[in-house]
Design a binder for this molecule. Structure first.
Ligand code: IMP
Length: 200
């Protein structure tokens, strides 16, 4: 069984990736007792995903990195009415430590009075993997939707309660399996699974 080290501290991402890669051994930074803060200095999802895997590999230089595939996810929400904000700054937007309940409330206030047809948004996810002595492999997935008029649902994480896939349903109302079938992350992970099976 292949072991994948998932370079993230985001438990929402860990849950969805583990659900998707049930036939792989997914190890998190916490499992490997790695406490390392990665600076996301890129300006695109692609750059940041590769920065995450490369910086963890160089941090672990003296340890045995050959046993793992290193995988990172860089993702975010683009809201058209807000000029595609928060984009690559999604986790830092309105303050890294601000609870999402609060961030979602502020976004809904900023969108007050905006018609449904102008509330379009998308989630974007880029997955990067580096296998021992190989160049990074990158895949991307997106899901189009709308910023709802209210937050609802308690599954998922982050901006899920305000991201609607149709006029009735928010992403936070779906189970992890249902979300993975249609989400940005699910699409990027499916493409990555094919590449792992054919190229690594
Ligand atoms: P990253 O760790 O820089 O990739 O930050 C990604 C951020 O984008 C997360 O912390 C969330 O704010 C947001 N995000 C990405 N994917 C999702 C998702 O599936 N649901 C809700 N929010 C997401």
């Amino acid at each position: 069984m292949k072991s994948i080290m998932l370079v993230t501290t985001n438990q929402g991402k860990v849950r969805e990736v583990k659900k998707f890669f049930e036939d792989y051994n997914i190890i998190t930074m916490a499992d490997a007792k790695i406490d390392y803060n990665i600076e996301e200095t890129g300006t695109t999802f692609e750059e940041n995903a590769v920065i995450k895997v490369e910086s963890i590999i160089s941090y672990m230089e003296k340890k045995d990195t050959n046993q793992y595939l290193f995988m990172a996810d860089d993702s975010g929400l683009e809201i058209d009415f807000l000029n595609k904000e928060p984009g690559v700054y999604s986790s830092r937007y309105l303050g890294e430590d601000t609870p999402y309940e609060e961030k979602n409330k502020i976004i809904l206030e900023r969108m007050e009075g905006v018609l449904w047809s102008n509330r379009t948004a998308r989630f974007v996810c880029v997955i990067a993997i580096i296998a021992p002595n190989q160049k990074p492999i990158v895949t991307k997935g997106t899901i189009e939707g709308y910023i709802g008029f209210e937050a609802k649902g308690s599954n998922g994480f982050g901006y899920d309660p305000i991201f609607y896939i149709n006029e009735e349903t928010s992403l936070a109302e779906l189970s992890a399996e249902e979300k993975n079938k249609i989400s940005h992350r699910g699409k990027a992970l499916s493409a990555m699974k094919l590449k792992i099976e054919s190229e690594i």
